[in-house]
Write a new protein. Structure first.
Length: 141
């Protein structure tokens, strides 16, 4: 499925940016330019995501969510230019949304063949015998 329209809707209507002084690269620019880009996204109040997608987003990005207000905060300050950091944080946000948007496939259990089960039980029995042989004789206990 293609979720680009939903992601574009989120990017145009539901995210906010804040720029701050960075402590990263930039030489003298670190002291006088606000190059650090911070992306804010309110997960709880989003109209574009379903409840299941919101749950998956919280499970995947729990370490970036301010839990009191359910606000996802992503930052980037690696580049020397504000525009480059903004583009980079938007790219990471798109990747995150592309990861959580599709419904995960249900796991289909497989039946273990009888010979594999018998082989496993035999290995456990052999291992048990090895451990029993290491035990102290009853006389010393």
């Amino acid at each position: 499925m293609d979720f680009t329209q939903t992601i574009d809707n989120i990017l145009t209507h539901e995210i906010y940016f804040h720029f701050a002084k960075s402590w990263w690269h930039g030489g003298q620019n670190v002291n006088k330019r606000e190059t650090k880009a911070e992306l804010y996204f309110n997960v709880h109040d989003s109209h574009s995501l379903t409840d299941a997608q919101k749950r998956r987003l919280v499970q995947v990005a729990w370490h970036m969510i301010h839990h009191n207000e359910w606000i996802l905060i992503m930052t980037d300050q690696e580049e020397r230019l504000q525009v480059a950091n903004k583009e980079k944080v938007i790219h990471h946000f798109r990747e995150l949304l592309n990861h959580i948007m599709p419904e995960p496939k249900a796991r289909v259990g497989t039946q273990v063949p009888a010979w594999v089960e018998a082989q496993r039980k035999e290995a456990k029995k052999y291992r048990s015998e090895i451990k029993k042989s290491r035990a102290l004789p009853k006389i010393f206990e």
